[in-house]
Design a protein around this ligand. Structure first.
Ligand code: FE2
Length: 355
């Protein structure tokens, strides 16, 4: 009986929600609604937690009249939620960090292909999924950061060189459960092949300053604490620390140099945060419009300013801080490859004992 009551209640709620949507559409541009058969809203599930994102959604609503309903959460939780909700999910667009994780959403059958000339113009092909199921929106570089007092930039060259004896007990990096590292290793599998990638991972483990712990920021702090001398981390964390309200974080970041590895060889590893339209999206056209808005020059500039990430839109300049770290050559691969080799990378990490 309880179950029946619950079902009845859920049904009533559903009807009520649907009514709410109807009402909203009646008061908005009816021509638009007729054209797309969609309400004037879009439901976004996002793993990003930045104020600038909310400001951009407000601006999007101002420009288009389309309301953005935002649900925030951890990436894997949101993915599970979309799966659990099935066809009934409200999610129209899924936004998260890392191409490896976007691949998981695609691989789980949660996304759909969309085509848009605007997206193709604003986002380079290598930062889109090869089947156009997701699009990169911000770009990040995974670099070598070093203690300016104990390491000279001339001592550094490539990710591979960090496996040499001179770096014994000096290398810091977070754990292998982390998707950024899985994608980094996946990029080596793509470029150098599985054997070389495994050699690198094993060599790096042999030079670890400690068992991996914490996030990227914690590696920077461990350099300041004298635990190691070099760390592999994403540059935007350094930007965040330099602009932190915590004086200690600023001090840590000021003692560090940024080095873009593999400039003479395969290029520095880059990744994206990005988004894909959910397979069952009820507001597909609105979701595409939001993607187009977020990859347009204005939003790209805001992302870069607020979170120290690189724009994917090549017509937009990086910020002064990013420019101060220098220009660099990127790995020349399609980011789809990071997903293709994700499972293989996890196996390699396990084999070489990277915790
Ligand atoms: Fe991050």
């Amino acid at each position: 009986m309880k179950k029946i009551l619950f079902l009845l209640l859920s049904f009533t709620l559903l009807v009520l929600t649907a009514c709410g949507n109807d009402q909203a559409t009646k008061t908005t541009d009816t021509k638009e609604v007729k054209e797309t058969n969609e309400s004037m809203e879009v439901n976004l599930y996002t793993a990003r937690h930045y104020d600038v994102d909310d400001e951009l959604y407000a601006k999007f609503t101002e420009e288009t009249g389309i309301k953005v309903n935002v649900i925030k959460g951890e990436a894997d939780e949101l993915l599970e939620r979309i799966k659990r909700e099935g066809d009934a999910t409200a999610a129209d667009l899924f936004l998260t960090a890392d191409a490896g994780r976007l691949f998981r959403a695609k691989d789980d059958g949660l996304l759909q292909a969309v085509s848009s000339d605007v997206l193709d113009e604003q986002i380079p092909a290598n930062f889109q999924d090869e089947d156009q199921m997701w699009y990169g929106l911000t770009k990040r570089a995974r670099v070598i950061v070093y203690n300016k007092e104990t390491v000279k930039p001339e001592d550094l060259s490539t990710y591979e060189a960090l496996t040499e004896d001179q770096w014994k007990s000096r290398v810091l990096i977070r754990g292998s459960e982390n998707i950024y590292n899985q994608s980094l290793l996946a990029s080596f599998v793509e470029i150098e092949g599985e054997e070389k990638a495994k050699e690198w991972a094993a060599g790096l483990v042999a030079n670890f300053a400690r068992d991996p712990e914490g996030g990227d920021r914690d590696q920077a702090k461990a350099i300041a604490a004298g635990i190691g001398d070099v760390a592999i981390m994403n540059t935007y964390y350094l930007g965040q620390m330099l602009n932190s309200e915590d004086a200690e974080e600023v001090k840590v970041a000021e003692g560090l140099g940024v080095f873009f590895p593999n400039q003479e060889t395969t290029g520095t590893h880059v990744n994206v945060s990005g988004a894909g339209v959910v397979k069952t999206a009820k507001n597909k056209q609105n979701a595409i419009k939001l993607l187009e808005f977020l990859s347009a020059p204005e939003a790209q500039g805001e992302f870069a300013k607020a979170n120290y990430e690189y724009p994917v839109n090549e017509s937009v300049e990086p910020t002064e801080l990013l420019k101060s770290w220098g220009e660099f050559k990127e790995q020349n691969i399609s980011l789809s490859a990071l997903g293709d080799h994700n499972a293989k990378s996890i196996l390699i990490f396990n084999e070489v004992g990277w915790k």
